[in-house]
Design a binder for this molecule. Sequence first.
Ligand code: HEM
Length: 132
Amino acid sequence: MDRMFFYAHSGLRYLVLLAGILAFAYCVFGLATNRPFDKGGRILGASFAGLLHLQVLLGILVLVTRIYYPALIGHIVMMVFAAVVAQLAMSLNRRRPQPGFTLPVVGVGVALILIIGGIMAIGRGVFTTTAM
Ligand code: HEM
């Protein structure tokens, strides 16, 4: 069971990163071409934030089924911040009278940096998988 959660958590990282990169690229393009915020930006941003939340949930399951060590604190704090920043950026942007691409670019960008830092905090590479 612990292996199942671990591998699911390890693998889902690629989907989270892909969703984040797609959302970031789309929003940077929208910002650069001065377009109004649209459905594409909303869907990509919400997909990234949603997958990130699912990953946090899986992470908690991994945490309670595997051996704890102190370096995990850095991983967890950075990942929780990443999820909060991504969600806040999308939610605040939606509530604005005129939603734009600036807030999503900043939110998704900061979240991606935190995710990369969080993976490195436990001595793993962004694209490396631990064999068990
Ligand atoms: C609060 C949220 C999270 C918790 C509690 C958590 C917890 C954990 C735990 C306990 C491990 C196992 C470490 C080990 O056994 O050495 C782990 C590994 C890992 N986590 Fe998280 N995690 C969280 C969020 C995330 C997020 C958001 C991502 C990426 C999007 C992520 C990516 C990874 C990766 C890549 C590994 C290493 C997998 C491997 O070595 O194959 N985690 N996490």
